[in-house]
Design a protein around this ligand. Sequence first.
Ligand code: OX2
Length: 805
Amino acid sequence: MKITKKVFKEEMIQRLKEKYAMDISDATPQELFHVLGSVVKTYYADDWVQTWKDYLTEETKQVYYFSIEFLPGKMLKSNLLNLGILDTVRDGLTELGFSLDDIVDQEKDMALGNGGLGRLASCFMDSIASCGLPGNGNGIRYDYGLFKQRFVDGYQVELPDEWLNNGNVWEVRKESKAIDVRFGGDVYMMPLADGRLKPVYENSRLIKAVPYDTAMVGYQNDVVNTLRLWSVEIPASEESKYRSLEDRRELEDLTAVLYPDDSNERGRRIRLLQEYFFVSAGVQSIVRYFKKLNKPLTTMSQSIAIHINDTHPALCVPEMMRILLDECDLSWEQAWEITVKVMSYTNHTIMSEALEKWPIELMQDLLPRMYQIIEEIDRRFVNQYRKYYEADLIERTRIIRNGQVHMANLAIIGSHSTNGVAKLHTDLLKNVVLHDFYVIFPGRFNNKTNGIAERRWLQLSNEPLAKLLDKTIKTSWRQKPNDLHLLQNFVEDDAVLSAIEEAKYKNKVALAQYIKETTDIVVSPNAIFDVQIKRLHAYKRQLLNLLHILKLYFDIKAKPDLQMEPRVFIFGAKAAPSYSYAKAIIKTINETAQLINNDPDVKDRLKIVFLENYNVTLAERIIPAADVSEQISLASKEASGTSNMKLMLNGAVTLATLDGANIEIRDAVGKENIVIFGLTEEEVYAYYHAQNYNALGIYEDSPTIQKVLNAFIDGTIPNIQFEGQEIFDSLIKYNDEFFVLRDFDSYCLAQKRIEELYQDKRRWQQISLINIANAGKFSADHTVERYAEDIWQIEPVFAHKELTR
Ligand code: OX2
C-alpha cells in the first residue's frame, strides 16, 4: 500500500474523531500521539501477520533472543523511518498544523533495561528485522522500567518510571497465547508401569504468563518480527487461592519492576522467579510453535535457535530439558542433544560480582524441578569429563559448587556456543576468566564484537549530519552502513570538512539550549563538548575524569590568565540505588560543578554539566553534539562498550584506554585519529600477578595528585564530608582498585593532546570525518549477520512482497 500525505491526513482526522470525538484542531499532543501510533500500526499490520505466516508456512528457522532487558527508547520515529514514511508523516502533520517533534515528545521511553546490555538487545532487534532475519525477542514486560533519576542537593534520588500510565500504543496483548508457569512446592518422581519416571508436583503454584507483542519493523523491507514480553496474571483456576489483596500483590509484583542493577546480583527471590518466569513462558511457547510444524523433536535445532543473553536466561537449558523429558517423553540423551544444539550464550562481563550464582536452597525452594535437572546435568558433566581432565579443573567448572548454582557454567555446558562481545573480551574469556571451559570446549568459544543500529544513532538522531552525508556520498549508506567509507574520499575537501563542523555546531547549539532549559547552566557551543555517558561504575572511572577537571581548575586558580580551550564536561549516568560508592561520585561531581561553574575566576573556561536521567532519548540529544568521547575504563574491565561506537559514528574523537571495543575502533580509524592513554591489559594483569600496586606511593610522589585528592577531604569541594572521605579512602586506604592514580598522568597528557588537536581546526575536522567514515564496521547489522551465520544458522528471508514504498 502506498501511503500518501493525503491518505495519511484523512486517516488522522477520521481516527481522531472516532477515538476522541473531536476535531483534530482540538487535539492535544498526547491525543495526537495515540492516534498517530494507532495509524502507524495499521501500516505494518499486514506485514506483521504476513511475516509470521511466512515463517510458519516456509518453515523458516528462527532465533529467539532471550534477554531480561530490552531498552528500545521511543519507537514512533524509528517505526516511521523503517516504514519509509518519516517525511510523508512529518509533512502531513505540518499541513495539519502540528509538529512531529512535539508529538514524538509525548512518547515515554520504553526503558526495560539498565544500560549497554539492554540497549544492545534492542539494537539487535532493529538489525535482525532490518537484515530480513527471522528473529524474535523474548523478555519481561515490567510495569516499571528503570527508575527516573533526579538530583536533589546534588544527590541522586530515584523515582518510579510509570511508563505505562498512558497505555502503550505499540503492544498487542495476546491473551489466547498465555502460558501456565509453575513454581514452588515439592516435586517427586513417580515410577510408571513402563518403568519411566513422571514428576508429581505438590503444593506448587500456578501462574499465568500473558504475552504482549510489539512489532519490530525492518528497514524498508516488509519484514516485521516480534518482541514478546511476558506479564504475570492469576489464572482463573487459581483465583480462589488469592483471597487477600496482599496475596495478589505478592504475585503481581513478579513483573512489577526491573532490577536497577546490571552488575550486582542481589540474592532476591523475585529476581530468580522473574528469570524462570520469562524463560519458562518463552521456551514453552516456542515448543508449542515447533509442534505445529509436525516435525520430529530431534530435528528441533533445524527450526529453532535460542539465544541466552547473559546468564539471566540460563534456565532456558534446564527448562528445555524439563519440557522434552517430562512433557515429550524423550530420553535424557535425546533431550540433551537437542538442548545443546538449540542454545547459545553471550557473556557480557568479566566482573566477578556479575557472574550470577544462586544458593542451592533458594533454587530448591522456588524451582524444585529445575534444581533436580540442574543436579543431573552437573552429575553427568562431572562423570563424562573427569576421565579426561584433572579433578581440580572439573571442580572449578561444574555447575553446583560451594552451595551455589553457577549460572555461567550452566549456560556454557548447556549450549553449543559461548561468545564474548569484543576481541579483547573474548581473549580474556578464553585465556583467563573462562579458561577452564576453553580447555574442555575450545570449539564453542567465539567472538562477536558488539554493534549499534546506525538508523537510530545517526539517521534519526543526527539529521544535520545525515543530510550532509546524503549530499556528499549519496544515500546508499542508509541501507549499507559500510558505504560510510565513501566519506573517506573527502578527507582533503575543505567544503565537506567545514560542513561537518557546521552540522556539529548546530547540534551543539541545540544541546546548549537543552542544558539551559533543564539546568539553567549557560554553555557556549564554541567550547569543546567533552562527554562521558554510561552507567556510573567504579571501573568506568568517571572519577578519573573528575580528577582531571579538578586539576584544570587548580591550574586556573594558580594562573588566573591561563590560556586554554574552553571545555564543557558533560556527564550522564545513573547509579544503582544500592551502590553507595557510585552515588558518592555523583554527589561529588555535582558539588564540583557548583564550585567550578560559579567561580568567577574560571571565566567560562570550564563548565561541568551533569544531566539528569540519562536514557536513550537523552543519549540521542547528547551524542550528535559531542566533540570528545570519554572511554576511560581500566583496561580489561569494559567488555565492549557501545557508546564508544555511537559517538564515533557522530564524529566525536575518542579518548580511550585500550579496553573493550576501543581497540577495534583504534584499528579502524588508525592510531593518529584516536587518543589512547593508560595501562594496557597486560600491564594491569602484571600488577595483579606481582601484587605490587601502591596507590599511596603514587600519591606521595605527586604534588598534583595530592592537591587534587586533598580537595575531597579538606573542604575545597563543599558539602561532601562523607562522600569525599569515602572516595579518598577508596584510592589511598583501599589501594585504588581501578588504578585511577596510576593512569592519571597519562590521562592528563592525553587530554592535553585533545586540546592541541582541537586547536588545529582542520586536523580536528579530518579526524572527525575519518571516525564517521569508519563507523560502518560497527553496525549491528554486521554483528547480527555474523551471529546468524556462525551461531544461529539462520538465513535472511527475502521480501515476500514487492517493495511498494
Ligand atoms: C554491558 C557491558 O558492561 C558493556 O561493556 C557491553 O558493551 C554491554 O554489556 C553490551 O555487551 N551488564 N551490562 C553489560 O554487561 C552486563 C552483565
